[in-house]
Design a protein around this ligand. Structure first.
Ligand code: PMP
Length: 327
Protein backbone atom coordinates (compact mmCIF):
# COMPACT_ATOMS: atom_id res chain seq x y z
CA UNK A 1 0.00 0.00 0.00
CA UNK A 2 1.19 3.50 -0.76
CA UNK A 3 2.43 5.13 2.43
CA UNK A 4 2.32 8.77 1.27
CA UNK A 5 5.51 10.06 2.83
CA UNK A 6 5.71 12.97 0.37
CA UNK A 7 3.15 15.72 -0.26
CA UNK A 8 1.10 15.19 -3.42
CA UNK A 9 -0.27 17.66 -5.92
CA UNK A 10 -3.68 16.14 -6.68
CA UNK A 11 -6.03 13.42 -5.44
CA UNK A 12 -5.48 11.61 -8.73
CA UNK A 13 -2.07 10.64 -7.39
CA UNK A 14 -3.82 8.67 -4.64
CA UNK A 15 -5.78 6.41 -7.00
CA UNK A 16 -4.77 2.75 -6.77
CA UNK A 17 -2.14 1.01 -4.60
CA UNK A 18 -5.00 -0.07 -2.32
CA UNK A 19 -4.41 -2.49 0.57
CA UNK A 20 -4.88 -6.26 0.30
CA UNK A 21 -6.38 -7.59 3.54
CA UNK A 22 -7.10 -11.17 4.61
CA UNK A 23 -10.75 -12.14 4.99
CA UNK A 24 -10.52 -13.52 8.51
CA UNK A 25 -13.37 -16.01 8.05
CA UNK A 26 -11.51 -17.75 5.21
CA UNK A 27 -9.84 -21.14 5.77
CA UNK A 28 -6.42 -20.92 7.42
CA UNK A 29 -4.88 -23.29 4.86
CA UNK A 30 -6.25 -21.29 1.89
CA UNK A 31 -6.50 -17.61 2.82
CA UNK A 32 -8.74 -15.23 0.90
CA UNK A 33 -7.29 -11.75 0.41
CA UNK A 34 -9.53 -8.82 -0.49
CA UNK A 35 -8.41 -5.68 -2.27
CA UNK A 36 -10.06 -2.77 -0.48
CA UNK A 37 -11.04 -0.36 -3.22
CA UNK A 38 -12.84 2.05 -0.90
CA UNK A 39 -9.35 3.40 -0.13
CA UNK A 40 -9.45 5.28 -3.45
CA UNK A 41 -10.22 9.03 -3.23
CA UNK A 42 -13.72 8.60 -4.71
CA UNK A 43 -14.09 5.54 -2.44
CA UNK A 44 -14.56 2.89 -5.13
CA UNK A 45 -12.75 0.76 -7.69
CA UNK A 46 -14.07 2.99 -10.45
CA UNK A 47 -11.60 5.78 -9.70
CA UNK A 48 -9.08 3.58 -11.49
CA UNK A 49 -11.00 3.62 -14.76
CA UNK A 50 -12.03 7.26 -14.33
CA UNK A 51 -8.43 8.41 -14.42
CA UNK A 52 -7.21 5.81 -16.91
CA UNK A 53 -10.01 6.27 -19.45
CA UNK A 54 -10.13 10.08 -19.43
CA UNK A 55 -6.34 10.42 -19.69
CA UNK A 56 -6.24 7.91 -22.56
CA UNK A 57 -9.20 9.47 -24.41
CA UNK A 58 -7.42 12.85 -24.32
CA UNK A 59 -4.08 11.32 -25.30
CA UNK A 60 -5.64 9.46 -28.26
CA UNK A 61 -7.45 12.62 -29.40
CA UNK A 62 -10.92 11.04 -29.01
CA UNK A 63 -11.79 14.26 -27.20
CA UNK A 64 -10.06 17.65 -26.86
CA UNK A 65 -9.65 19.70 -23.67
CA UNK A 66 -12.87 21.56 -22.83
CA UNK A 67 -15.02 18.75 -24.27
CA UNK A 68 -17.82 16.76 -22.63
CA UNK A 69 -17.77 13.15 -21.51
CA UNK A 70 -21.24 11.55 -21.44
CA UNK A 71 -21.46 8.18 -19.72
CA UNK A 72 -24.24 5.76 -18.78
CA UNK A 73 -23.29 4.66 -15.28
CA UNK A 74 -24.66 3.00 -12.18
CA UNK A 75 -22.87 5.61 -10.13
CA UNK A 76 -19.38 4.68 -9.03
CA UNK A 77 -17.98 5.17 -12.52
CA UNK A 78 -19.56 8.61 -12.55
CA UNK A 79 -17.79 9.51 -9.34
CA UNK A 80 -14.45 8.22 -10.66
CA UNK A 81 -14.82 10.04 -13.98
CA UNK A 82 -16.11 13.25 -12.39
CA UNK A 83 -13.20 13.23 -9.98
CA UNK A 84 -10.72 12.78 -12.82
CA UNK A 85 -12.49 15.42 -14.94
CA UNK A 86 -11.90 18.09 -12.29
CA UNK A 87 -8.17 17.71 -12.99
CA UNK A 88 -8.10 17.32 -16.79
CA UNK A 89 -10.32 20.11 -18.19
CA UNK A 90 -13.33 18.04 -19.27
CA UNK A 91 -17.06 18.41 -18.52
CA UNK A 92 -19.07 15.35 -17.53
CA UNK A 93 -22.73 14.32 -17.91
CA UNK A 94 -24.01 11.03 -16.53
CA UNK A 95 -27.09 9.03 -17.44
CA UNK A 96 -28.17 7.03 -14.39
CA UNK A 97 -31.15 4.66 -14.00
CA UNK A 98 -33.23 6.02 -11.10
CA UNK A 99 -32.87 2.90 -8.94
CA UNK A 100 -29.25 3.58 -8.06
CA UNK A 101 -28.29 5.01 -4.70
CA UNK A 102 -28.92 8.70 -4.11
CA UNK A 103 -25.56 9.01 -2.32
CA UNK A 104 -23.75 8.37 -5.59
CA UNK A 105 -25.82 10.89 -7.52
CA UNK A 106 -25.27 13.56 -4.83
CA UNK A 107 -21.50 12.97 -5.02
CA UNK A 108 -21.41 13.13 -8.83
CA UNK A 109 -23.20 16.49 -8.71
CA UNK A 110 -20.86 17.73 -5.96
CA UNK A 111 -17.94 16.93 -8.28
CA UNK A 112 -19.46 19.22 -10.90
CA UNK A 113 -21.23 16.64 -13.07
CA UNK A 114 -24.66 16.90 -14.64
CA UNK A 115 -26.87 13.88 -13.83
CA UNK A 116 -29.75 12.75 -16.06
CA UNK A 117 -32.05 9.95 -14.81
CA UNK A 118 -33.72 7.26 -16.93
CA UNK A 119 -36.59 5.02 -15.71
CA UNK A 120 -35.50 2.04 -13.58
CA UNK A 121 -37.70 -0.40 -15.52
CA UNK A 122 -35.88 0.40 -18.79
CA UNK A 123 -32.57 -0.83 -17.33
CA UNK A 124 -29.01 -0.03 -18.33
CA UNK A 125 -29.82 -0.44 -22.03
CA UNK A 126 -31.99 2.70 -22.02
CA UNK A 127 -29.28 4.66 -20.16
CA UNK A 128 -26.74 3.61 -22.82
CA UNK A 129 -29.06 4.64 -25.70
CA UNK A 130 -29.81 7.97 -24.05
CA UNK A 131 -26.09 8.75 -23.58
CA UNK A 132 -25.54 8.13 -27.30
CA UNK A 133 -28.46 10.42 -28.19
CA UNK A 134 -27.03 13.21 -26.01
CA UNK A 135 -23.57 13.00 -27.59
CA UNK A 136 -25.02 13.19 -31.11
CA UNK A 137 -26.23 16.69 -30.23
CA UNK A 138 -22.94 18.00 -28.80
CA UNK A 139 -19.61 19.12 -30.30
CA UNK A 140 -16.37 17.70 -28.92
CA UNK A 141 -18.16 15.05 -26.88
CA UNK A 142 -17.64 11.35 -26.41
CA UNK A 143 -19.27 8.38 -24.69
CA UNK A 144 -16.36 6.37 -23.24
CA UNK A 145 -18.88 3.53 -22.73
CA UNK A 146 -17.41 1.49 -19.92
CA UNK A 147 -19.51 -1.52 -21.01
CA UNK A 148 -17.66 -1.89 -24.31
CA UNK A 149 -14.47 0.20 -24.03
CA UNK A 150 -11.32 -1.87 -23.73
CA UNK A 151 -9.71 0.93 -21.72
CA UNK A 152 -11.96 -0.14 -18.83
CA UNK A 153 -10.39 -3.60 -18.60
CA UNK A 154 -6.96 -2.21 -19.52
CA UNK A 155 -7.03 0.02 -16.41
CA UNK A 156 -7.20 -3.12 -14.28
CA UNK A 157 -4.73 -5.05 -16.38
CA UNK A 158 -2.19 -2.28 -15.77
CA UNK A 159 -2.97 -1.41 -12.14
CA UNK A 160 -5.17 -3.79 -10.11
CA UNK A 161 -3.64 -7.01 -11.45
CA UNK A 162 0.03 -6.03 -11.07
CA UNK A 163 -0.62 -4.66 -7.56
CA UNK A 164 -2.08 -8.04 -6.50
CA UNK A 165 0.83 -9.95 -8.04
CA UNK A 166 3.31 -7.72 -6.27
CA UNK A 167 1.60 -8.02 -2.87
CA UNK A 168 1.52 -11.84 -3.09
CA UNK A 169 4.85 -12.40 -4.84
CA UNK A 170 2.96 -13.72 -7.86
CA UNK A 171 1.36 -16.54 -5.84
CA UNK A 172 -2.34 -16.31 -6.70
CA UNK A 173 -4.37 -19.52 -7.00
CA UNK A 174 -7.75 -18.06 -7.86
CA UNK A 175 -9.31 -14.70 -8.65
CA UNK A 176 -12.95 -14.27 -7.62
CA UNK A 177 -14.70 -11.01 -8.52
CA UNK A 178 -18.12 -9.57 -9.19
CA UNK A 179 -19.06 -8.55 -12.71
CA UNK A 180 -20.95 -5.45 -13.73
CA UNK A 181 -19.19 -4.31 -16.87
CA UNK A 182 -16.70 -7.14 -16.12
CA UNK A 183 -13.84 -4.68 -16.62
CA UNK A 184 -12.47 -5.49 -13.16
CA UNK A 185 -12.55 -9.27 -13.64
CA UNK A 186 -11.33 -9.29 -17.24
CA UNK A 187 -8.45 -6.86 -16.79
CA UNK A 188 -7.27 -8.26 -13.46
CA UNK A 189 -7.59 -11.84 -14.75
CA UNK A 190 -5.52 -11.05 -17.83
CA UNK A 191 -2.67 -9.74 -15.69
CA UNK A 192 -2.81 -12.79 -13.40
CA UNK A 193 -3.12 -15.27 -16.28
CA UNK A 194 -0.19 -13.64 -17.98
CA UNK A 195 1.84 -14.39 -14.85
CA UNK A 196 0.35 -17.90 -14.43
CA UNK A 197 -2.01 -19.33 -17.07
CA UNK A 198 -3.34 -21.87 -14.53
CA UNK A 199 -4.90 -19.21 -12.30
CA UNK A 200 -8.54 -20.13 -11.63
CA UNK A 201 -10.92 -17.30 -12.60
CA UNK A 202 -14.39 -16.99 -11.08
CA UNK A 203 -17.10 -14.48 -12.01
CA UNK A 204 -19.62 -13.58 -9.31
CA UNK A 205 -23.16 -12.42 -10.00
CA UNK A 206 -26.43 -12.15 -8.05
CA UNK A 207 -29.08 -14.85 -8.37
CA UNK A 208 -31.37 -13.48 -11.07
CA UNK A 209 -28.49 -12.38 -13.33
CA UNK A 210 -27.64 -14.11 -16.60
CA UNK A 211 -23.86 -14.60 -16.85
CA UNK A 212 -24.37 -18.25 -15.81
CA UNK A 213 -25.98 -18.76 -19.23
CA UNK A 214 -22.51 -18.36 -20.79
CA UNK A 215 -21.73 -21.68 -19.06
CA UNK A 216 -24.81 -23.36 -20.49
CA UNK A 217 -26.82 -23.05 -17.27
CA UNK A 218 -30.54 -22.55 -17.57
CA UNK A 219 -31.03 -19.43 -15.42
CA UNK A 220 -33.79 -16.84 -15.67
CA UNK A 221 -33.76 -13.13 -14.89
CA UNK A 222 -35.18 -11.99 -11.57
CA UNK A 223 -34.85 -8.79 -9.57
CA UNK A 224 -32.07 -8.59 -7.00
CA UNK A 225 -30.94 -6.06 -4.43
CA UNK A 226 -27.17 -6.56 -4.68
CA UNK A 227 -25.93 -3.37 -6.35
CA UNK A 228 -23.26 -2.91 -9.03
CA UNK A 229 -23.02 -6.42 -10.42
CA UNK A 230 -25.16 -8.67 -12.61
CA UNK A 231 -26.94 -8.34 -15.94
CA UNK A 232 -30.40 -8.85 -17.34
CA UNK A 233 -29.21 -8.49 -20.94
CA UNK A 234 -26.02 -10.30 -21.96
CA UNK A 235 -25.70 -8.22 -25.15
CA UNK A 236 -24.67 -5.19 -23.03
CA UNK A 237 -21.72 -7.05 -21.44
CA UNK A 238 -19.37 -6.66 -24.38
CA UNK A 239 -16.20 -6.87 -22.28
CA UNK A 240 -17.16 -10.18 -20.71
CA UNK A 241 -15.17 -12.95 -22.36
CA UNK A 242 -16.44 -16.38 -21.28
CA UNK A 243 -13.15 -17.95 -22.45
CA UNK A 244 -11.31 -16.22 -19.57
CA UNK A 245 -13.74 -17.48 -16.92
CA UNK A 246 -13.58 -20.97 -15.39
CA UNK A 247 -16.68 -20.67 -13.23
CA UNK A 248 -19.68 -18.38 -12.69
CA UNK A 249 -20.94 -18.35 -9.11
CA UNK A 250 -24.30 -16.91 -8.13
CA UNK A 251 -25.01 -15.46 -4.68
CA UNK A 252 -28.48 -14.73 -3.31
CA UNK A 253 -29.49 -11.39 -1.84
CA UNK A 254 -30.11 -13.04 1.51
CA UNK A 255 -26.65 -14.60 1.73
CA UNK A 256 -24.96 -11.37 0.57
CA UNK A 257 -26.91 -9.32 3.10
CA UNK A 258 -25.94 -11.66 5.95
CA UNK A 259 -22.29 -11.52 4.87
CA UNK A 260 -22.33 -7.72 4.58
CA UNK A 261 -23.46 -7.50 8.21
CA UNK A 262 -21.01 -10.21 9.34
CA UNK A 263 -18.07 -8.49 7.65
CA UNK A 264 -18.85 -5.27 9.52
CA UNK A 265 -19.55 -6.90 12.91
CA UNK A 266 -16.73 -9.45 12.93
CA UNK A 267 -14.05 -8.03 10.66
CA UNK A 268 -14.54 -4.25 10.83
CA UNK A 269 -15.12 -4.19 7.08
CA UNK A 270 -17.66 -1.53 6.04
CA UNK A 271 -18.18 -2.90 2.55
CA UNK A 272 -21.25 -3.03 0.32
CA UNK A 273 -23.32 -5.84 -1.15
CA UNK A 274 -21.18 -6.61 -4.21
CA UNK A 275 -18.15 -7.04 -1.93
CA UNK A 276 -20.16 -9.29 0.37
CA UNK A 277 -21.25 -11.46 -2.59
CA UNK A 278 -17.63 -11.70 -3.72
CA UNK A 279 -16.52 -12.60 -0.19
CA UNK A 280 -19.00 -15.48 0.00
CA UNK A 281 -18.00 -16.86 -3.40
CA UNK A 282 -14.28 -16.45 -2.63
CA UNK A 283 -14.64 -18.34 0.65
CA UNK A 284 -16.52 -21.14 -1.11
CA UNK A 285 -13.70 -21.39 -3.66
CA UNK A 286 -11.09 -21.44 -0.85
CA UNK A 287 -12.99 -24.23 0.94
CA UNK A 288 -13.19 -26.23 -2.31
CA UNK A 289 -9.40 -25.88 -2.68
CA UNK A 290 -8.79 -26.85 0.95
CA UNK A 291 -11.05 -29.92 0.64
CA UNK A 292 -9.32 -31.09 -2.53
CA UNK A 293 -12.26 -30.42 -4.88
CA UNK A 294 -10.45 -27.77 -6.90
CA UNK A 295 -6.87 -27.65 -8.19
CA UNK A 296 -5.22 -24.23 -8.27
CA UNK A 297 -1.55 -23.31 -8.72
CA UNK A 298 -1.24 -21.66 -5.28
CA UNK A 299 -3.30 -22.03 -2.10
CA UNK A 300 -4.40 -18.40 -2.12
CA UNK A 301 -7.63 -16.77 -3.31
CA UNK A 302 -7.91 -13.10 -4.19
CA UNK A 303 -11.11 -11.10 -4.32
CA UNK A 304 -12.05 -7.46 -4.76
CA UNK A 305 -14.18 -5.35 -2.41
CA UNK A 306 -15.32 -2.61 -4.86
CA UNK A 307 -16.77 -0.03 -2.47
CA UNK A 308 -18.04 0.91 0.98
CA UNK A 309 -21.42 0.35 2.65
CA UNK A 310 -21.49 4.02 3.62
CA UNK A 311 -22.54 4.75 0.04
CA UNK A 312 -25.79 2.77 0.56
CA UNK A 313 -26.93 3.72 4.06
CA UNK A 314 -30.11 5.23 2.59
CA UNK A 315 -30.97 1.77 1.23
CA UNK A 316 -30.98 0.24 4.71
CA UNK A 317 -27.96 -2.02 4.22
CA UNK A 318 -27.66 -2.56 7.98
CA UNK A 319 -31.40 -2.93 8.58
CA UNK A 320 -33.30 -6.23 8.36
CA UNK A 321 -33.05 -8.22 5.15
CA UNK A 322 -36.65 -7.35 4.27
CA UNK A 323 -36.10 -3.61 4.69
CA UNK A 324 -32.97 -3.69 2.53
CA UNK A 325 -34.29 -6.02 -0.18
CA UNK A 326 -37.64 -4.24 -0.52
CA UNK A 327 -36.17 -0.76 -0.78
N1 PMP B 1 -19.40 -3.40 -7.36
C1 PMP B 1 -19.86 -2.15 -7.44
C2 PMP B 1 -20.40 -1.50 -6.22
C3 PMP B 1 -19.86 -1.48 -8.68
O1 PMP B 1 -20.32 -0.21 -8.77
C4 PMP B 1 -19.35 -2.14 -9.82
C5 PMP B 1 -19.39 -1.46 -11.15
N2 PMP B 1 -20.67 -1.51 -11.74
C6 PMP B 1 -18.89 -3.46 -9.68
C7 PMP B 1 -18.92 -4.04 -8.43
C8 PMP B 1 -18.43 -4.28 -10.85
O2 PMP B 1 -17.27 -3.78 -11.48
P1 PMP B 1 -17.08 -3.98 -13.05
O3 PMP B 1 -17.97 -3.00 -13.74
O4 PMP B 1 -15.64 -3.67 -13.27
O5 PMP B 1 -17.44 -5.38 -13.39
Amino acid sequence: MTTYTEPLNSVLETVGETPLVRVQASPEEVPVFAKLESFNPGASIKDRIGVYMLENLLERGDIDPGGTVVEPTAGNTGIGMALAATQVDLEVTFVVPEEFSVEKQVLMRALGAEVVNTPTEDGMKRAIDHANELVDNLDNAVVPQQFSNRLNAAAHEHTTGPEILQALDGEVGALVAGCGTAGTLMGTARALLDSNPETHVVAVEPEGSLLARTQGRDVETAEYAIEGIGTSDLSTNELYDPAVVDEVRQVSDRVAHEEMQRLAREEGQLVASSAAAAAVAARDVAVAVRDGHLDVPHETVVTIFPDSSERYLSKGVYDSFEEWAED
